[in-house]
Every structure is written in structure tokens, then in C-alpha cells.
Design a protein around this ligand. Sequence first.
Ligand code: ADP
Length: 452
Amino acid sequence: MKRLSSIKSRITMWYTAVMLMLLLIFISAIIVLSYQISMDSIENDLKLQVVQISDMVKARITESVSETVQSKEYKNVAIYQKNGEFIVGHNNEKLSGIAFEDKSIRKETVDGQDYIVYDILKTSAVGNSDNGYWIRGVTPVDDFGLFGETTVIALLIMLPLFLLFAALGGYYITKKAFAPVADIVGTANEIYAHNNLGERIPIKANAHKDELYELSLTLNKMLEQIEEVIEQEKQFTSDASHELRTPITVILAQGEYLLDIAQDEKERELAEDIVYEAKRLSTLVSALLLLARIDKNRQKLNMEDVSLSDIVESVVYTQRELAEEKNIKIITQTDGSPTVRADEALLSSAVNNLVNNAIKYGKENGQTIITVTELDDTVQISVKDDGIGIAEDNLDKIWTRFYKVDSVRAEDSKSYGLGLSMVKSIVELHSGEIGVQSVLGEGTEFTVTLKK
Ligand code: ADP
């Protein structure tokens, strides 16, 4: 169905239909004309034979007239008595019932067969009107035969062949002309599927310099520009994070020093604030640096066989205090002890983020279930909470950097809206997939699938 609705097919169908119409009109005209011409020639021929015999007939039918009218040359002519009785010539019995009409050329039909009939009444030379003769010419006609063999061949063989040739030729030409559109669609799909802005629309050296060629060039220029802007942005994030790292480390160290030497409660509070914010900033900068490195394909992976149960265990340990604060029970369900080839630190950080979210957005006295399932070629880690859930409209936005579903609520917690985009980048870096299912007010489940 898709093929039929393509521009190529529609153009081809349109002009094939127009061509078919024109050919039908043209062929009908030829048929009508050739029918007319054949009919005229048959009638004239018949009339001529009858007139010639009529000129020969005198008061009596002589021997020579008899011979002539019996000859092959006059195979359509016969002579009758005035009362209709056959005398000599080529009598067609079937027409014996057809009345004679003087000098009238006409079409008669007997038993479904058409005949052209022409009669001349030749009254005898002596002037006795009773002694006349009828000279009759009869030619059977076949309507179909009248169209001529060539026309029939043109109709039955040439027309479909011609149409097929025109349709195939036209389709081939439009297909070639629209090839750049297929390339544009292919490139767009490639960019979309692999998130690869480095793709360009292929432009053949011998391509026609038409509108589609111009469009391809323009789109390639546009892609070039977009890629450059994004590249600059990534570079900016990377540079800015680098630049921020040292001062934040200094602030954190000095804050911790201040905390140590705090003299009273006021000084302690101030120092604690500094340390808290410096740690927050440090986490943010680390996340930004990691994302920048992944974006620029500069993140080195330290791949090893990693036990998922170990990862889950250490994440649960890290998150236990936070869970206790909200009285959230963490339940782990690990099926055997599956391992995957992965960068342990990165994968831990991803699982940690998911569990941290489950607790952050989980309801008090609720539970978080972490399940590790081993399938044929893959291993799945799912983190499920019974918390606030995410509205369906927001589900596809949560992977966006700095996106927070409820920014006011998230403001006072330790969130930047970077966690899930980092998790997604890490999972994709491991050629894995991440999915989410959520019901607002009931809970959320994130599932990470990794190849073994
Ligand atoms: P944040 O640092 O804000 O948690 P994330 O990128 O981890 O950033 O998450 C983005 C947003 O997705 C969060 O602000 C939150 O609204 C929503 N979200 C993430 N995980 C959950 C969850 N388990 N339950 C409900 N909402 C969640």
C-alpha cells in the first residue's frame, strides 16, 4: 500500500491513465475512419460490377453476358428476371427473400450476417417494361473484418505493450529523479535511530543539478551547522565543568576545615551549609563531566565481568540510611548470580541513581523492589517503587537533561534533573536499553536490559 501511494506510483498511474485515454480516443478514430473507408470501397466496387454488367445487358441475355457474369471478376453479381427468377451469375440463395430496389445501395441482414446489396433494373431495349432484368450485386460484410488486421493487432497487442513500456519507462525515470528523496529519508532515519548528527545525505557526483539536489545540499549544510553548534555546546559544558572542579574542591576542603575549627553553633551551621552546597555542586559537576565525556565518545570503559548481585548489594548498602529516613523497605530479588561485561563503577552509579530516585519519590513506609532476572541473551535489572508515579505525558521527558517533573517539589531535595539522563547514557554506552512504566500516584518501575 505504501508503494502505491508513493509519488512515483501516483505520477506513473496518472500519465498511464491519460495515455490510455488518448490511445483509446485515437484508436476509436482510426476504427471509425477505416470502417468508413472500407465500406465506401466495398460499395463502390459492388456498384461498379453491377453497373458494368447492366451496361452489357441488352434485350436478351447473350452468351457473352452469361460468361462474363459467371466469371470470377463478377463473383458478387447475378441476373434475374423482372419477377425475381434467377437467370445466371452468382446467385446468393439466402437473399432470395429480399425485394429488389432499383439503384439503392443498402445493408441487409440475413441470419445474423450483413450484406451490402445493390440492384439495377434494366428494362429491355425494346421498351417493353415487362421484359426487364434485375442485376443484383451482393457482398457479405464482416464488421470486425472491416477494421483491418493492423488495427486489431494494434488494439490487442500493441496497446498493452505500449502502455506497459510507457509505464515502466516512466516509473524508472521518476524513480531515478526521486532517488535523492529516498536518500534524504534514509539519512533522517539514520540520524534519528542512532542519534548520529554526523550523517550526511549522499550526493552522487553525476547527480542532476535539480531542485532535489539543491535541497540535499541545503540540508547537508544545515546538518553541518547543527552539528557544529551542538559540538560547541558540548565543549562548553566540558570546559565549564573542568574549570569549576578545582574551585569546588577548594571550597569543599576549606568548608570542611572551617567545620573542624568552628567555635560555636553559628559558625558550625555556616560551615555545614558551605560543605553541603559544595558537595552538591561537586556531584553536579561530576555528572556534567561524565555526560560531556560520553557525548564526545571520550568516556573510557573499564570492561570486566561484573556481578549484578554485588552491585545491587552495595547500592542497597549506600541507600540504606535514606531509606530508613522514610521507613522504606528495600526488597531484593536476585535470580542466581548473573554477570555482565560492564564498567562496574558506571553501572553501579546507574543502579544507584535508580534506587535513589525510588526512595526519593517513594512514599513513606512504602517499599522498593530491586529484581535481577537472567534471560537467554540478556540480564534485566528492574527497580520498582510504590511512590508518586509519573504522569503519562511526562514519561518521555524524564530523560531530558535538567528536566524535573515537579520542579517546585524537587527544588528542596537534592535533585538537578540529571540523574536519569546519566543513567540512560550509561546504559546506552553498554549497548543496553532502559524503559519505564509508571502510574501516577501508584508507583514507577524502571527496567534496564543489558546483553550478557
Ligand atoms: P532528579 O535529580 O530530579 O531526580 P532525574 O533525572 O533522576 O532527576 O529524574 C527526573 C525526574 O523524573 C525527576 O525530577 C522526577 O520528577 C521524575 N522521576 C524520576 N524517578 C522517579 C520515580 N521513581 N518516581 C517518580 N518520579 C520519578
